[in-house]
Design a protein around this ligand. Structure first.
Ligand SMILES: [Zn+2]
Ligand SMILES: [Zn+2]
Length: 298
């Protein structure tokens, strides 16, 4: 099929989780309460559009993922209980996509091991939090995580998963060419017999290092992510909310964005819990961090 060849040339707009987020898959407009809901793609039922025009524009990029998603849902036919379980899990991880992505970036240490974008997959084993009335945000927890080779991962999952990894490779190639990004890496979520691959878009190095400085989960991505999920910390999406503390000048020097200094010792690892308390967890507040105090290796 010509699909995979043409995908690297097409405009990047991989928002195939739009139904869960209630956003148009192309123009990103939000559904409005009280107005008729957006119509879903008739094939995968996973993406929604504000109108026909947006659906047509999104199709070339959505096509491959549409097939994969439709196939995935076919597997649940005649198994309503399993479907319900998977749906709940999927909704949860889509809503926490940015936090999960950040944990994968930290876990793979992409600030120093860039080749891992092509070779490694970050695997997270997720567990349901026991108990009848667990609040939504705490319903799932990361049990453990590890880095593994992409080939090993493919072998484990078998030929069923080939298309998904092809889609990952195509997205990675496309993001390597996209301004503001360095590529795309896979994060495989395992939950009670289900596997779901999250495509983690890796922002350019300055942005990545800034994020890793503020939310330094390298030593323990599981703890960082679980803390963030518990506290409701939201990491901004680089695609819709570019998050740049700084730029790099022609000599390769980091030029700080306009900031008000806050009291952090040089090299301080900011605990997610404290960050939430002191900064409220919003990008605006986190912008207050003085870049002159960033560690020297930035
Ligand atoms: Zn639209
Ligand atoms: Zn579709």
């Amino acid at each position: 099929m010509a699909d995979s060849q043409s995908s690297s040339k097409t405009k990047i707009h991989p928002k195939d989780i739009s139904r869960i987020l209630k956003k148009c898959n192309w123009c990103l407009k939000d559904e409005v309460k009280g107005e008729p809901p957006f119509k879903a793609c008739s094939k995968c039922r996973a993406t929604i559009y504000c109108g026909r025009e947006c659906q047509v524009k999104a199709w070339s990029l959505h096509k491959t993922n549409c097939q994969n998603t439709a196939k995935m849902y076919e597997q649940f036919e005649g198994e309503p209980e399993a479907y319900k379980k998977f749906k709940e899990f999927k909704e949860w991880h889509v809503k926490h996509n940015q936090e999960i992505s950040h944990a994968a970036i930290c876990g793979l240490q992409l600030d120093s091991c860039l080749e891992d974008i092509d070779k490694q997959v970050f695997v997270m084993v997720i567990k349901r939090t026991p108990g009848p009335k667990v609040p939504y945000s705490e319903r799932f927890q990361v049990h453990y995580c590890m880095n593994t080779g992409i080939d090993h991962c493919k072998k484990q999952l078998g030929p069923e998963a080939d298309q998904i990894f092809e889609h990952l490779a195509a997205t990675n190639a496309a993001y390597k060419k996209k301004k503001g990004f360095m590529g795309c890496v896979g994060c495989l979520l395992r939950y009670d017999g289900f596997s779901d691959l999250v495509l983690v878009k890796v922002p350019e190095m300055t942005s990545l290092k800034s994020r890793m400085y503020v939310w330094d989960w390298r030593a323990n991505p599981v703890r960082g992510l679980n803390n963030a999920l518990k506290s409701g910390l939201k990491i901004p999406d680089p695609l819709t909310a570019p998050f740049h503390f700084a730029t790099v000048d022609e000599n390769g020097q980091v030029v700080p964005a306009e900031t008000k200094p806050v009291q952090f010792e040089q090299g301080t690892v900011i605990d997610v819990g404290k960050m939430v308390l002191s900064a409220g967890g919003t990008a605006e507040d986190i912008n207050d961090i003085d870049l002159n105090r960033l560690p020297r290796n930035l």
